[in-house]
Design a protein around this ligand. Sequence first.
Ligand code: URP
Ligand code: ZN
Ligand code: ZN
Length: 461
Amino acid sequence: MKKWIRGGTVVTAADTYQADVLVQDGQVIAIGQDLDVQGAEVIDASGCYVLPGGIDPHTHLDMPFGGTVTADDFFTGTRAAAFGGTTSIIDFCLTKKGESLRSAIAAWHEKARGKAVIDYGFHLMIAEANDQVLDELESVVTAEGITSLKVFMAYKNVFQADDETLFKTLIRARELGALVQVHAENGDVIDYLTKKALAEGNTDPIYHALTRPPEAEGEATGRAIALTALADAQLYVVHVSCAAAVQRIAEAREKGWNIYGETCPQYLALDISCLEKPDFEGAKYVWSPPLREQWNQDVLWNALKGGILQTVGSDQCSFNFNGQKELGRGDFTRIPNGGPLIEDRMAIVYSEGVRQGRISLNQFVDVCSTKVAKLFGMFPRKGTIAVGSDADIVIFDPDAKRTISAKTHHMNVDYNPFEGKEVYGEVVSVLSRGSYVVRDRQFVGQPGTGQFVKRNSFTRP
Ligand code: URP
Ligand code: ZN
Ligand code: ZN
């Protein structure tokens, strides 16, 4: 049956205009003001924005990490994403040294199968760049549609890869048309500072931040950029948190290099003082990179506005405070790193960004959806509202106010880092390929209806 989204304001990365949108068989089939529609189900969007569904480029669902496993899996995580206006995610498929890429990918497909309620793709972690891995990458990129790779420059003795691995990955990525992503922090320096802090008896959550200084991120970002230039490849720096990293990315882009960057809601709206909350509550705010001094927030917003950073990802990696974050009582290095943000990513960018005049409405759509689709090979199937695009559509009431709380959120986790924060904007209904996932604020999706998206190779947006 056709769906006729009537009376709303269509907002894309390029335009804002009054129009109706007609949906059939999972796609947008018409956009216009005097559509001749018979037999369609009407969705009243008056007073609302009609947005392309958000695309979250950075999630960790059902992921083992820090001696435990993330609290949200592909069902609870994608359900929460939909409530927040996100209709596609790209999750990180972990790999281990010595393991074939194919079996790692198969294991990640198993995690999502029968659970996801919105569409999803995978990025592939590169733990080592041996001949087998470099050979296997061809089919990963061209046949499996996994066109983005991830190298960790931090988490020594866990995920951290050396510069040789990063460089070989960049060279192979250039040959295959894949986008290389880095977690850019100097893991060796952090390892030294961490051991020193513990030896000096400094065990509280705040030392997580103090042992990961901004320049450890700036240095790694600059190094990854230099290696990318040497390899003549393309690089996307995930979760940029501070001016030191933004500056490296800005300089590289000035030179015309193929360098892109993402930031996250926590770096835009929270700061290092959160780690000093009493009763170990600072552990709720342990991310890597860590939260920074507040002045960095303006740098990040300006970088989004000016196109130095292109996207906002959630870095969804949720752990309960009780029983999971608590593993680090008495030793901050044992606090699982990460937080629950998949649901409130777009709310923070809209409310703190658009409503506060820091970015435009169209830039909000761009950084939360369109640019992600373009960088990660999903455009124009996803990331816009256009005839022929997937009908991944969000009906968004821009003037509704709500208070973020763990009592009302849909993530499977016992706290929300934005607890008590008032935000403008409410997701009313969400369509994924034309089918309701959220209807009038109620979840109506079905586990397993989300489809794996084979993505195209990288092209410069
Ligand atoms: O603290 C974080 N960011 N946890 C998730 C893993 C990562 O580094 O992205
Ligand atoms: Zn990371
Ligand atoms: Zn992450």
